[in-house]
Write a protein that binds this ligand. Sequence first.
Ligand code: 5GP
Length: 423
Amino acid sequence: MNKGLEVGRGKTKVLFEHPERTDALVIVQQDQISAGDGAKRHVIPGKGRLAALTTARIYRLLNACGIPTHFLSGGEDEDGNEMLVRRCTMIPIEVVVRGVAAGSYLKRNPGVKAGTVLAPRLVEYFFKDDANHDPQYTAERIVDEGLATTAELAQMTDVARLVFDVLAHAWRRSDVLLVDLKVEFGRATDADGNSEIILADVIDNDSWRIWPGGDQALMLDKQIYRNMAAPTTDDLGAVKSKYEEVAELVGKFQKSTGGFVGIIMGSAADAPHADRVAKALGQLGVPSRKHVASAHKTPNYALQRVQQLDNMLGRVVYVTIAGRSNALSAFVDAATANPVIACPPIGSSFGGMDILSSLHMPSGIGSAVVLEPENAALAAAKILAVDDTVLYGRVLVTQWRNRVQVMEGDSRVNAPSGSNGKA
Ligand code: 5GP
């Protein structure tokens, strides 16, 4: 990658201007590894390459989920240890999310047993100051000292939790427990010239604790190095092999199982309802296939369609759309072991009919009933998200944006007249 002048340097990375773009920087990750605020330092040849690969793979996943980040490109094969990021002003706060008690949390809370699951996950803030060992700051102090506004800190906290949730999901799929994670944020200028908070800095195997099978003894992260008093060349080689393993595992995070939703409608008249389901799925990036097949009039064809969809490579969730009775969902449900969500298009024309009659069946029906098409789409997406981290992240981001909208609405209705309600 072409680089301009060096603009900054950390313990494990160097930042360069981009020769043409004033809104971008090049980050070059180094082979250094250090612990104890730089008191112990070594070089592991090839570590910078693995760190860039890990960082790029993590950020590609987070971008695909819709999380606002600084990552633009790079970090893969021909890029070596370099990547292109949006230029931003870093906020000098490390935001640590903890799902399980470990590390400095245990020192500060000696009454808590190592490995205790923390619920809700704990978010802590540390001021970046090596000379004073990154002291812990309260939210109030961060705001008082002008390091971030209340609104900025709220967004940083929300996004840090989101990132943890997405990465915990990804690691869980590899049977690895994400214990804790450190992230950082910066202020960038958006297309309209407004300041926005974005996830920045690197996220690599130095940034978290990860325990395969939930077993601390099997740890894969930098803690192995922190625990070594005087590492030999062989010890450093062992550390590197863990970093290689992690870079490879992270490469599978974005892998989708190719899941899709089979929308079966009982009549072509149900198409508008089916279109609403498909549209809501499309907004989450979930593919769908629509078919018209009646349980009453074309049972053989309906069965054949279900068998075809069942036999495709990706995981399938069905949404059935049929008025008058819920027979189609009962039919599809009996024909497949895959999940079925009935989304009957209830309207005034069906008034008085027991359109959910199949719900009264004594046993053997496993389909759920969801009336709003958009909700049926979300329910189907959540099922597929069990083994699709990008989809899981998109659902989380959608929920987060919904929460933000409500909170903004609350501050608007409570704003003094004449103000725009912004904090
Ligand atoms: P602790 O506060 O328990 O030492 O660390 C909490 C989490 O933040 C751990 O996952 C640790 O790896 C990460 N962390 C803490 N300080 C730093 C740092 O200076 N750089 C990086 N990359 N991660 C850190």
